[in-house]
Write a protein that binds this ligand. Structure first.
Ligand code: SAM
Ligand code: 2KA
Ligand code: SF4
Ligand code: MG
Length: 239
């Protein structure tokens, strides 16, 4: 029995998860529309800036699952839900996750940690990605504290995008505040609309970030990664 619909802006895959705790795994993507943030460098701004409003479809969980099967048949057993902020969606998302799990799927989900949902507890690979100063957003640490207190440290990870020294200092602060959480740093892509190969630019940023981690004794237990899909496929959409 479904309770409501999910605003979907795109589905794609199978592809390779390019970021964080599930990096390298084959997965399908469901991207929801709408975000409570407006990050300056958001690589998925089309989910919230109105530019692709016409592509948003309100979908029943069963209809959305059927679309994934149409796209990929049996060629997947993992689904990543991203956005926008999928945590803006309540019961319909709960139902979609349960439906996927009934079909033996593992679920990854990306959210920024601005809002709790009870269904977070169902997600196999939950990534909470609080936003650094370069985003122009401000983290509400009271809310983030509450979210992280409710989660089992083994069942989620933190992922902070880093563009500059201020972002690195913010990442350190977050890591220190939640020492039990698996912690990932992710290289910022300063121009998510650039055409053509961006690998040398991203590798240069990764070199800088690795240098920062290597010299910092407070960052001994973190994993610093590039957006692997952007290294291989640049700013291509739908991968
Ligand atoms: C598009 S967001 C959607 C999910 C959720 N709103 C969030 O931000 O976590 C998915 C991931 O992409 C990251 N991201 C967005 N723009 C980026 C950029 N220009 N460079 C690197 N990572 C970026 C976000 O920080 C987040 O971890
Ligand atoms: N391949 C691939 N990996 C990703 N990891 C997180 C993504 C996202 O936009 O949430 C993403 C994405 O858009 N594509
Ligand atoms: S929170 Fe995520 S989707 Fe929302 S603007 Fe920031 S990066 Fe984009
Ligand atoms: Mg992306």
């Amino acid at each position: 029995m479904s309770r409501g619909k999910i605003p979907v802006i795109e589905t794609f895959g199978p592809t390779i998860q390019g970021e964080g705790m599930v990096i390298g795994r084959k997965t399908m993507f469901v991207r929801t529309a709408g975000c409570d943030y407006r990050c300056k460098w958001c690589d998925s701004a089309f989910t919230w800036d109105g530019s692709e409003k016409h592509r948003i479809r309100m979908m029943e969980p069963a209809e959305l699952f059927e679309e994934l099967i149409q796209l990929a048949g049996n060629n997947f057993d993992h689904v990543t839900i991203s956005g926008g902020n999928p945590a803006l969606i309540g019961e319909a998302m709960n139902d979609f996750i349960m439906l996927l799990q009934e079909h033996g799927m593992k679920i990854g989900l990306e959210t920024q940690g601005s809002k709790w949902q009870d269904w977070f507890l169902l997600v196999d690979d939950l990534t909470i990605s609080p936003k650094p100063p370069s985003s122009g957003m401000e983290t509400n640490f009271e809310i983030l504290d509450e979210i992280i207190a409710r989660l089992n440290p083994a069942a989620f990870s933190l992922k902070v995008v880093v563009f500059d020294d201020h972002d690195f200092a913010y990442a350190k602060k977050v890591h220190k505040r939640y020492p039990a959480a698996n912690f990932y740093l992710s290289v910022g892509n300063a121009n998510p609309n650039e055409k053509g190969d961006i690998s040398s630019r991203l590798l240069k940023s990764l070199d800088w970030l690795w240098g920062k981690v290597i010299e910092d004794p407070e960052m001994n237990n973190v994993k610093a990664l590039p957006q692997l899909h952007a290294l291989v496929w640049a700013n291509k959409r739908g991968v």
